[in-house]
Design a binder for this molecule. Sequence first.
Ligand code: SF4
Ligand SMILES: [Zn+2]
Length: 315
Amino acid sequence: MAGAENWNDAAILAVRPPKNRVDPRRPYAYLVEPECSASGVIEDVATIFLTNRECPFRCLMCDLWKNTTDERVPVGAIPEQIDFALAELPPAKHVKLYNSGNFFDRQAIPREDYEAIANRVASFETVIVENHPRLCGDDCLRFRDLLAGKLEIALGLETIHPEVLPRLNKQMTVEDFQRAVRFLTENEIATRAFILLRPPFLNEAEGVEWALRSIEFAFDVGVQCCSVIPTRDGNGAMEQLHGDGAFTPPTFRSLETVLAEGLAMCRGRVFVDLWDAERFFDCQRCGTARRDRLQRMNLTQKVLPMVSCTCEATG
Ligand code: SF4
Ligand SMILES: [Zn+2]
């Protein structure tokens, strides 16, 4: 396996580029987009990217720290950010409150704000937050009880590859993940899993194989929805791994394969993350059409005919 050395917190921090400047009173982004809901209907989902304190974990591939503060944001700042975004956004049925880390990290989202946050999102049918599997405990239940709608928690599984997962420095085992899903399911909290396509240390074929194995594992332990993220560079460490030959981003074709095979499992919803998908295009003639096909597959949860192009002969 390429890239022999292990990356710890200090090594990962040492190669980071600077953070972006953020305002603790404003979300750093917000948008509404359609998604296939748990009931199989396409519905609008608002996503609010909350500005808050950086996640205490230092995952090797993570660049979410870029839009975070160094200090805990004051009580009241998160509800204010939600007010700001909701005033700007068109209506939606569901809301994602994504905080570049873990919603139930008390240094990120102050517990004192839970009630005010729940009141702000009372009109949404589902409230989706992201959280580390090892931070799933009583605070999740407290927040669930404050919500008018259903709570769903997105958990980073990343990969179940036994050698790669420890090397991602996520401080989590597959047993931690399984325990978290069981706890949340028993407490009527829905779950989705983030899965990396081709994390470092894997070749293209292994990247596809382990993404599919990870999706299967997530469904086996009770997750209802899997979101596949093509592994990107952009955080310093990943560029270095790229230079050392230990990381290569996945091809667009692999993204197509994983979505098609993930949907064919018929175990639950499977999405691929198409944010900045252009960077994975390997053919400029068919790239846009192929991205649009995956977008329609995300929305319909059906495998659609492949886009044909002359590049297939060489791809
Ligand atoms: S737990 Fe999530 S937000 Fe925190 S470093 Fe890892 S990937 Fe990034
Ligand atoms: Zn092509």
